[in-house]
Design a protein around this ligand. Structure first.
Ligand SMILES: [Zn+2]
Length: 85
């Protein structure tokens, strides 16, 4: 079966959320082999998705990397502020 460009881009954006069943993945790949326009569009889509995932990773790291000492300092300062107010 041959996908239309609309179906191909829909499948691609759905594949960002969850894995497609492989027959759909295959027909998407086949379409991308012959269709430059969709290949370009989907490359862009995946590129943006990768960047978004990277940003999320950084945010997660920032939270876990904070050493306990720094957390204690922040906590102490918060308490001081509470006392002084
Ligand atoms: Zn196409």
């Amino acid at each position: 079966m041959m996908l239309s460009c609309k179906e191909a881009t829909e499948l691609a954006s759905r594949s960002l959320d969850r894995k497609l069943p492989w027959p759909q993945r295959l027909s998407l790949r086949l379409h991308l082999l012959i269709c430059h326009r969709c290949r370009h569009y989907i490359n862009h889509l995946f590129f943006m998705q990768r960047i978004a995932a990277k940003i999320e990773q950084h945010i997660e790291k920032g939270q876990t990397v904070l050493p306990p000492q720094a957390r204690q300092k922040i906590g102490a300062r918060l308490q001081q502020q509470n006392h002084s107010s």
